[in-house]
Every structure is written in C-alpha cells, then in structure tokens.
Design a protein around this ligand. Structure first.
Ligand code: HEM
Length: 404
C-alpha cells in the first residue's frame, strides 16, 4: 500500500530512484493524498481521472502551446522550433488547420490499405520466432512493426528506419523533465539531420507527384505546402518528423507491454485462447494498464481552478495518464489486469481536440499482433524479467526475452 510514500516532498523534477518500477504505488499515493500536487517549480501534477478529462476537454483554458514552457528549456534551438511547430503542441486555429491536412492518411480506406502489410510483417516475425525458438521481443518485433508501418504511411523508405528510430529517440528524449547538455545537443542535431533528410524526400515527391501510394501523407502535405496558405515548408517538415515520432515509439511500447502483461498474467492468456473475441478488450486493457505515454501537459491560459484548487495563469499542469488510468473512481479494481474489462474509457490516447490521430492504426497493429502471437504460441514464456528504461514520460520496455 502507498502509505510509506512521502508525498509532501514528491517533485516531478527530482523523482525518487524507484519511481519507474514503483510508478503504480506513487500514483495511488498522489491520487489519495495530493491529487493536484504542486511541484517546486510552480507546476502541478494531476492524477485524478476527472481532472484530466476537464483539462483535455477545454483548450480555451488549458493550452497545448509550448512556446512559454520550451523557451527557457530549449532557447532558440532546433528543438524549440520542432516542439513548438508539431501539431500536438499548437492551439486552434493553427491546430484545426493542420489536423485537417492529416485526415486523408487516417481514413478507414487508408488504414484498410495498411492491414495486409501488418499481417505480412507479423507473420514474418513470428516465423522467425518459430525458427529460433526465442527472441528479444522488443528488438525483433515491437520496434520493427510500427516503424515499418509509419514509414509506409508517411511515404519514406522503411530501409531508413534505423536512422529514423535514432533521431526520434533523441528528439522525444529531449521532452524528459530534466535534460543533460548532451541530450540537448543530440536532440538539436537530430532535428537538423531529420529536416535535411525529409527535404530530400519532399524534393523527390515534388519531382514525381503521382509516385506516392493512395492516402500517403507526404503527398498530402506536399500538396498543402504547394497551395501555400495551408502549410509552410517548416510546418511540413516538422509535421513529418512529428508523425514519424508519434507513430512508432508509442506503438512499440504498447506491443511490448502487452506481451509482458499477458505473460505475467497467464490466466489472461487462457481467457483469450478460450474466447478470441476478447482481443479488442484485451488491447484496451493493455493500453490502460501500461499507458505508453505517461504524461501530457497543458498550460493555464488564465487564472482558473480545478476541483477547488486555484491554478494561476501560466501554470503548467502535468496530466498523469498512467495515474488516471488506475483511478478507482473510474475503474473498479484498477490494479487488476482484466482483458475482459468493460467499459474501459482509459486516457492513453488523450481526449478532446488533440486525441491521438493514429489511435485506430495503433489498435489495429495491436489487435493483429497479439491475436496471432498467442494463437500460434499458446505456451509462450518469459525468459528473463523485462527491462524498463528510466524515462518517465514514455513508459519504455528496453528488453523482453521470450521463448516458445
Ligand atoms: C499506442 C500507441 C499510441 C499512443 C499511446 C499514442 C498516444 C497519444 C496521445 C496521448 C496523444 C495526445 C497528446 C496530447 O493531447 O497532448 C497523441 C496525439 C497524436 N498521435 Fe498518438 N499515440 C499512439 C500512436 C500513434 C500513431 C500510430 C500515430 C500515427 C501514425 C499517432 C499520431 C498522433 C498524432 C498526429 C497526434 C496529435 C494529434 C493532435 O494534436 O491533434 N499516434 N497520441
């Protein structure tokens, strides 16, 4: 139980060393003892489901614009340019304009076109598992699938996925609350390299306008840029970078956590095998239980209050998705991993105008991957305890050794 946790001195910028492995206990302690918890820098940590919903639902009070927050953190740097131009970190009306341009890539038809490719890749990785008898699920499966798919969707060669993965990790890594000089420099270099790389892809697409597949997002964005008023070149490059980043690391961790949680709860594997129609609720439960993105942020546009606590204008609030997903007021027996849980209105894809544009794609990847994996290998085993990284914004599995 969380009673031995010292909540009074809890601070997001100076976390206890056992925070990552013990996150669920810290969430429970915060939710019970200090649900709108002040950090020393004047920001607040929100852990109650209803408070997150309030913040997500009203962008006129709770802004996603990061210029004020990232100015002091990133200065006038490539990281600042990137993180303040990406769709997820802008408010209406720019947000409305840019989000519309993404729609063509996320229609049912565009997603259906990706489905056979997901099946083929999953089969290929599972064949490898059958041949070898074991694998590191992260390196050999969960990292590869989402990056291949998002590259396809965007229209960049999947053969460049290692480059892209490295840049993405460095750029997203710079979002951690505390940053070293090296992380900052590596992040800036990654933005510059990524932009140069994408400029070449844009040039290729402009030289060959019909060359992209149906629903390819690079073509849609290039067209919007050519029409001028809809998208600037800088916006175009940063949306591509953002999409590549948003679309793979998150899904990688969803897949890794899903396999890990199922192997930790073998009764749930039996339930799924007995009733394969549980696959949809299983995917939702994995997302709820181990939210791949643990924290979103908003900034109060003016003086306001949240559940009776005064929040001064300009304050940053940290929306702890992982904690809200375990709120007993919303989820009965929240610590129980139950693949048949219904309803399950978790917040792992956020809510409101910024709700994850790729949620249907992520769900499709998980659905296909988990169904095939457990059907084909009902006796799958964990070979060693999974390794988690110490990042807190992204809940990341770094190694997951499994055997058939
Ligand atoms: C399990 C996988 C995923 C998780 C957990 C996830 C989570 C999230 C969350 C929490 C947000 C909202 C951020 C906020 O409100 O501040 C978001 C936004 C977004 N996600 Fe995802 N995501 C996932 C996969 C994907 C995929 C596969 C794509 C695309 C290929 C994608 C594209 C986006 C985009 C474009 C936004 C910005 C939407 C906007 O600001 O309007 N995501 N995602």
């Amino acid at each position: 139980m969380p009673d031995d946790i010292d909540i009074a001195n809890f601070d997001l910028m100076a976390l206890p060393t056992d925070y990552v492995p013990e996150a669920h206990r810290y969430f429970a302690a915060l939710r019970r003892g200090s649900p709108i918890h002040p950090n020393n820098d004047g920001s607040f940590i929100l852990t109650r489901y209803d408070d997150l919903v309030t913040a997500y639902r009203d962008p006129s009070v709770w802004s996603s614009d990061k210029k004020a927050a990232f100015g002091p953190k990133f200065g006038n740097s490539p990281l600042f340019e990137h993180h303040t131009t990406s769709l997820v970190f802008v408010d209406p009306p720019d947000h409305t304009r840019i989000r519309k341009l993404f729609q063509s890539a996320f229609t049912r038809k565009a997603l259906a076109a990706l489905e056979p490719r997901i099946h083929a890749l999953v089969d290929e990785y599972l064949d490898e598992l059958a041949d070898r008898g074991e694998m590191d699920f992260v390196a050999d499966f969960s990292f590869k699938l989402p990056v291949e798919i998002v590259c396809d969707m965007l229209g960049v060669p999947a053969s460049d996925r290692l480059l892209i993965r490295d840049w993405a990790l460095l750029i997203l890594g710079a979002l951690e609350p505390v940053l070293t000089d090296k992380q900052f420099q590596d992040g800036c270099d990654a933005v510059n390299n990524f932009k140069a790389y994408l400029r070449d892809r844009v040039k290729e697409r402009k030289a060959n306008p019909g060359g992209g597949r149906d629903g390819e997002i690079l073509s849609a964005l290039v067209e919007a840029e050519e029409e001028g008023a809809k998208l600037t070149e800088i916006e175009l490059l940063h949306q591509c970078i953002f999409l590549l980043n948003a679309g793979h690391e998150t899904s990688t961790n969803m897949l890794s956590h899903g396999v890990h949680e199922m192997l930790r709860h073998p009764g749930e594997i039996q339930k799924l095998l007995a009733d394969p129609t549980l696959i949809d609720t299983m995917v939702e439960e994995v997302l709820r239980f181990q939210a791949p993105i643990q924290i979103n942020n908003r900034r109060a546009q003016h003086d306001t209050e949240l559940s009776g606590t005064a929040i001064p204008a300009g304050s940053i609030v940290h929306l702890m998705i992982g904690a809200a997903n375990l709120d007993p007021e919303q989820f009965p027996y929240p610590e129980r991993f139950d693949i048949a849980r219904r309803p399950n209105r978790h917040l792992s894809f956020g809510l409101g105008i910024h709700i994850c544009a790729g949620n249907a794609l992520a769900r499709m990847e998980a659905n296909i991957a988990f169904a095939k994996l457990f059907q084909r290998f009902p006796n799958l085993k964990l070979e060693a305890p999974a390794k988690l990284s110490n990042r807190i914004r992204f809940r990341e599995v770094t190694e997951l050794h499994i055997a058939v």
